[in-house]
Design a protein around this ligand. Sequence first.
Ligand code: C2O
Length: 506
Amino acid sequence: KTVSYNLEITNGTCNPDGGASRICFLINGQYPGPLIEANWGDTVVVTVTNHLQTNGTAMHFHGVRQLGSCGADGVGGVTQCPIAPGQSYTYSFVASQFGTSWYHSHFSNQYGDGVVGPMVFHGPASANYDIDLGVYQLTDWYYDTAYQVAARTLNNLQSKNGPPAADNILINGTNKNAQGGGKYNYVSVTKGKKYLLRLINISVDNYIKVSLDNHPLQVISSDYVPTKPFSAQWLTIGIGQRYDVIINANQTAANYWFRAEVNTACQSANSWYGRAVWSYNGVATADPVSSSFPAISDCTEPTNILPYWVQPVPSGNFPQMAETLNVNLTGAQVVPGGDVVVVWSLNQTTLNVNWSNPTMSYLFDQNTEYPSNLGLIDTVAEGGWNYWLIQQSSGIPPIPHPIHLHGHDFFVLGQGTTTFTGSETLNWSNPPRRDTATVYGGGWLAIAFRSDNPGAWLMHCHIAWHISEGLGMQFLEQPDKITMPEKSGYDNLCSAWNSYAGGMYW
Ligand code: C2O
């Protein structure tokens, strides 16, 4: 079956928590955008039309492996030119996984201004439930635009103050603000029923911890990977990560708070907190009086994620096999306006993408050499395993980074909060498998993935300012086997972009 969607991106104003009205972007007139829904195995066709006046766009379907359809990955400057104002582009790919995810603009920081929405591919669940409540999109929200916050972040980096705190946390695009304006998200449940809730962190900067008072969360999948069910009192969710959870409405009939707050064990940035109200049927809806958030003193990811389908990873001498990638700060980058700042980088290289001449262009033209500034990492030959150690260098602010890989679910062999020594025990037998995992502040992340998906992919920190500063790398996987996008559509996009581009993007 084929399911088709049209996404129309327009300028708008948003005031989702009643706190301040600001410029934002809308998809089909709404923020967050409409749900993209399909069944496992369906072909998904999404036409994106850019009605913005002074911004390009490009749409990425987070976590979708894009098997044989790398050209639909939607990364401006890698797989396509940005869609110029007035232009449309059609993405087509197979829902080769099932579960919960999101789509978002992959053009600069644009998703932080509203070009984001949920995506659900239906498939089997690893535990029973009665009712699918759909998604909870959790996000930090700023009264300034993402562009303004990114600029302040650069200045703050210079003085090492870190990024500004978010103004609020939204649940499905709504919350009250500190002064009481705005409105909560409300859910009504029936005692005795089990509910599936799909949690997604769509933030630009923050790790969000969630819980529902008196109700444990039974996790049944992490990212697109079904897991053996496990119970959690709370979960910390990094940007880009998802957890599908089952909630058993078996408590005293009452109102309960659903809580979504910045995990201050991850980052010092504080903000107002996110709340939703869960009411049992027959109980008058009112602000709950239920207990407070469980105390959390760490920023670690669950260690009991056991993928339902066991897939061991070929083991060996990891330090010897691994490619080491150091997360660092690089000085003396000149930013627009002429300021010299330090920026987040990987192996002292900042990712540069060329919107006018994306990496894919070099793949079309086999006679051209790849420019040396693409920030490319080599992958191993077809069918082989890649082992990467991502290590945050010491002596820089120990900030956790949600690392996301395009084109793959990777295996998390280990994570630690200090410098990797080589003698750590790694998990080879049934490691967690997901598409976004954290390199802890001052710590390390060891991952593995198989070269089984030819494409031009990105690996990056999902903190919006970090990727826009260059904390990422491109990797070309089996470049001679990549199924290329249809050339005339690709070229039309680039010629429209190149005749539009006047250097003004915001
Ligand atoms: Cu959620 Cu590079 O993307």
